[in-house]
Design a protein around this ligand. Structure first.
Ligand SMILES: [Zn+2]
Length: 329
């Protein structure tokens, strides 16, 4: 069994495998512009962010009903469980669905059908994090938060994702303030393709408690010192970084330098159906390409639970951490 871990950076829409895409398309009478799963799998071999995003949004057309979102989440949870994931904090992108005429309730209740019974069915505890698309307007984000208000008992926090450059965190100041007032936890993608200044802004202006990616903090020594001092977790996604060209090859990933600097790093899968692997695959890949020791891998697993939003269930966190310490490689 792989080492127990929490997954903190996972877009549920990014777990849509070609087989499920075709099954849902057939169920909903949606025409996909691919002959079969093999041809679709070839389309997954995109070369850059824009090609990926085009495909990502195109395939969402197959997600129509609560049952579709339930099936999507259950497929992810089954794969994650097999890779040692014990706790998952799952992102979803409601704006991408609302724009297609699928309302907030369908998305949240559909996901919840799987998440609500995930402990029994998959042995994974879960949290749900609503992400705003940063290339949409600040007004749209506020409307989306408003639409989520009836479902806040299902939602732990908010995040910010999609194309980063040109959409600095400050654009979303108001919606983050409103979310904080509602008691929601706050994270944001920053410093993936955007500059280190976006990380600083996300901390100072949006009040984020965790930074998604954050890779480019390494270009700013003062920022690194601050992240270390304040124990701000970073949710790194190594295979995603290679596929989206944030790093050229995995062997050049800054993860070892980041750990050496004392940063609280975690390893996650981002959009695993598209980026070549789930959480355990990412652990295996960095172990191999970067020569990480077993103690480094244990540190990454430990960090994932330390960084998770389990403040409302510290007994569970302690149990998970004990599993990590007891794990024999
Ligand atoms: Zn992401």
């Amino acid at each position: 069994m792989p080492i127990p871990k929490a997954e903190l950076h996972l877009h549920i829409e990014g777990t849509l495998e070609p087989e499920l895409a075709f099954a849902l398309a057939a169920r909903n009478g949606v025409e996909l512009p691919y002959a079969d799963t093999e041809e679709l799998r070839k389309a997954y071999l995109f070369e850059d962010l824009q090609t990926f995003l085009n495909l990502y949004y195109e395939l969402m057309a197959v997600l129509r009903t609560e049952r579709d979102f339930e099936d999507l989440a259950n497929a992810y949870l089954a794969r994650a469980a097999a890779q040692g994931v014990r706790h998952a904090e799952i992102f979803f992108d409601p704006q991408a669905h609302i724009a297609r005429g699928v309302d907030m309730g369908t998305v949240v209740e559909g996901l919840w059908r799987a998440l609500g019974s995930s402990e029994t069915n998959h042995g994974i505890s879960t949290r749900l994090i609503l992400c705003f698309l940063r290339d949409e307007s600040a007004e749209s984000a506020l409307e989306t938060l408003d639409a989520a208000k009836p479902y806040l008992d299902r939602i732990t926090g908010i995040g910010l994702d999609s194309a980063e450059v040109g959409h600095p965190p400050v654009k979303f100041r108001e919606v983050y303030e409103a979310a904080a007032a509602l008691g929601l936890r706050r994270v944001a993608h920053a410093g993936e393709e955007g500059p280190p200044a976006y990380i600083t802004e996300a901390l100072d202006i949006l009040g984020v408690e965790r930074v998604d990616h954050g890779l480019r903090c390494m270009e700013d020594e003062e920022l690194v010192a601050r992240l270390v001092r304040d124990r701000i977790p970073l949710t790194l996604c190594p295979l995603s970084n290679v596929r989206l060209r944030a790093v050229d090859v995995l062997a050049e990933h800054p993860l070892p330098a980041m750990l050496d600097a004392g940063l609280l790093c975690t390893v996650n899968s981002d959009d695993p159906a598209y980026f070549g692997g789930y959480a355990g695959d990412n652990f295996d890949a960095v172990r191999e390409a970067l020569g990480l020791t077993e103690e480094r891998l244990r540190e990454l697993a430990r960090n994932s639970f330390v960084a998770s939003f389990l403040e409302d269930d510290e007994d569970r966190r302690a149990r998970y951490l004990a599993e990590v310490e007891a794990y024999v490689f």
